[in-house]
Design a protein around this ligand. Structure first.
Ligand SMILES: Cc1ncc(COP(=O)(O)O)c(C=O)c1O
Length: 372
């Protein structure tokens, strides 16, 4: 039997989380963000499962959009970084793509295409920088851009921005971005898009014509600390990561575990070696004390994460055996809890999971374990 290091993806939980998010903004359309292989959960499987529940998909780059098309996904796809090179826009019509345009270089790519091909009407989003200072046209160039490019700014164009601090409840920064963006674009007549998951949940004014939902759909809270007090946020975990104990040993007090001998047993200890490591995407910098679950009990990582293995102190567990499952995160241990111990976020833990970890898909209509 092969190594049983498996991420089980609960597809019903994805749909349920998406519907819960849509409840915050019933008037908005939903862009389901499935970039980075649907945050590690498997873009094609997620897209197939939720396509009836959203209006369009978003990915970061063209390659991700083409992979979805090759798998038969037909819903419109928004490419969030826009075209990186001029030839990319040639795929627009044939692949039914929408582009987020964020700079003048990309406008040049559009010009080259629209001089030879059909109209891009209804396929363009324009990103404006309302304060994140990463991508987007300056807000004060809005009126001039609209004047200069009437062929691209039509009643079907979407004007978008992205919030830097939506994940902090009552963030003044988020509110100032929303205010600046709305002041500029609200009366323009164009469709608007501001909110990501956190924006949709916690920032009423960010709920506009299109909300771009990512992390919450995958069951990880978008909030850095905890959900805003007034939000009864119930997200269902989507990814359940488990690996098996492949060795058990008892070591005397004072002996050390793993590379660098960084952890010294404070008492005689039972050490479980578990079949997952940094080559699987479990972060190497996860410190001693990072939690996992085994046989209903919380256990703590000890020593350094190796490429293919990690070690846990299971001294206090009864009846632990080689072959027992350890849940690294999932139903009984939230991914955000683990992320906090590691000094990262749920987004990173999910997206880093490598292709070596088998994905297994679960839904009420029947399990689907066909390869991606
Ligand atoms: C432009 C843009 N919109 C929306 C999202 C979705 O954000 P979240 O996963 O926080 O919902 C992302 C994700 O990084 C993004 O880059």
């Amino acid at each position: 039997m092969s190594r049983q290091t498996i991420a089980t993806i609960n597809l019903d939980a994805v749909t349920s989380n998406l519907i819960a998010l849509q409840g915050y903004a019933k008037q908005s359309k939903t862009v389901a963000v499935i970039k980075a292989n649907a945050y590690g959960n498997g873009a094609v499987k997620i897209a197939q499962h939720i396509q009836a529940h959203c209006d369009m998909f978003a990915v970061a780059i063209l390659q991700e959009a083409l992979e979805l098309r090759a798998s038969g996904i037909t819903l419109p796809i928004l490419v969030l970084q826009g075209p990186h090179e001029s030839p990319e826009v040639a795929h627009t019509l044939e692949q039914n793509l929408h582009w987020m345009i964020h700079n003048h270089t990309q406008l040049g790519f559009l010009d080259a295409l629209s001089s030879t091909e059909a109209s891009l009407d209804g396929r363009l989003w324009f990103k404006f920088d309302s304060g994140m200072h990463r991508l987007g046209f300056a807000l004060d160039s809005f009126a001039k851009l609209v004047d200069d490019y009437p062929q691209y700014f039509t009643p079907n164009t979407v004007i978008a921005t992205h919030l830097a601090c939506a994940d902090e409840a009552n963030s003044e920064h988020a509110q100032s971005q929303i205010d600046a963006f709305l002041k500029c674009a609200q009366t323009s007549g164009f469709a608007l898009s501001i909110a990501n998951s956190a924006g949709t949940i916690a920032h009423k004014d960010a709920r506009q014509d299109f909300n771009r939902i990512g992390i919450a759909m995958y069951g990880s809270s978008p909030f850095s600390v905890q959900a805003p007090a007034n939000q009864a946020l119930v997200l269902k975990p989507v990814m359940h990561l488990q690996a098996k104990i492949i060795a058990l040993r008892t070591i005397p007090k004072g002996d050390t575990v793993g590379y660098g001998a960084t952890w010294k047993a404070p008492r005689q200890s039972t050490i479980a070696t578990v079949a997952i490591g940094y080559a699987d995407g479990y972060p190497r910098h996860a410190p001693t004390g990072t939690p996992a679950m085994c046989n209903g009990h919380r256990i703590a990582l000890v020593g350094r994460v190796s490429m293919d293995m990690i070690t846990f102190d299971v001294t206090d567990l009864q009846n632990v055996e080689v072959g027992d499952n350890v849940e690294l995160w999932g139903d009984t241990l939230s991914i955000n809890d683990v992320a906090e111990h590691i000094g990262t976020i749920g987004y990173e833990l999910m997206t880093r999971l490598s292709s070596r970890v088998k994905r297994r898909y679960f839904c009420a209509a029947g399990n689907d374990n066909s390869p991606l």
